[in-house]
Design a protein around this ligand. Structure first.
Ligand code: DC
Length: 211
């Protein structure tokens, strides 16, 4: 069993950047579990299958290849929307959680980020981080990310989208987004990603020493 770092939090809180940096620093493998939901949704869309048939969606979820998750393709907005619809289905979650747990056993260690890693996927992880920021700050970051790449974006629209996603992620019956009781809270509203990384590193180093 490798050393598992569980990172949860709402959309656009900086989980992805932080997770990649941690994985790189410790030589651990990283899985963005949101991509597994997105890949399932994309497979359904590509096959022209409905997004509201739980049995069909679960079959697709069981076929997701963790080695073939391409963020640049899967990050499209409509795929995110479709992903959040199938993420409420218990049998889809069961199939993907099983694949995520298999990933988490890889040596020497892994970093998994998502919504339910510390609560459901890896409840025994020695390090759990809950990364958050105010909806205003998260919308602004997403806006800056899009516009700095030359894209066009509407801040009000992004803000409304962030709020809608929070409601969906926190309000669903199966595995809603919430911090595990033993998670360390990192509020990045007024903290740079660099400062968040340093805080995370101290926690991880302390846990590795105890391990
Ligand atoms: O983080 P993201 O936008 O890539 O996630 C896509 C969708 O999948 C989003 O609606 C939340 C959901 N998700 C989830 O339910 N559980 C996870 N562990 C990761 C993502």
């Amino acid at each position: 069993m490798g050393f598992v770092i569980a990172i949860d939090g709402p959309a656009a809180a900086g989980k992805g950047t932080l997770s990649r940096r941690i994985a790189e620093t410790y030589g651990f493998q990283h899985l963005d579990t949101g991509l597994t939901y997105r890949a399932t949704a994309k497979a359904l869309l590509d096959a022209g299958l409905p997004l509201d048939d739980e049995e069909v969606a679960a079959r697709m979820a069981r076929e997701v290849d963790l080695g073939g998750l391409d963020r640049s393709v899967l990050s499209r907005h409509e795929i995110g929307e479709a992903a959040s619809k199938i993420a409420v289905m218990p049998s889809v979650r069961r199939a993907l959680v099983e694949a995520q747990q298999a990933f988490s056993r890889r040596e020497p260690g892994t970093v998994l980020d998502g919504r339910d890693i510390g609560t459901v996927v890896c409840p025994d992880a020695p390090v759990k981080l809950y990364v958050t920021a105010s909806p205003e700050v998260r919308a602004r970051r997403r806006y800056d990310e899009i516009t700095s790449g030359g894209g066009a974006a509407d801040l009000d629209e992004i803000f409304a989208d962030v709020k809608k996603r929070d409601e969906r992620d926190m309000g669903r019956a199966d595995s809603p987004l919430k911090p595990a009781d033993d998670a360390h809270l990192l509020d990045t509203s007024e903290m740079s990603i660099e400062a968040a990384f340093q805080a995370a590193k101290s926690l991880i180093d302390a846990a590795l020493k105890k391990n």
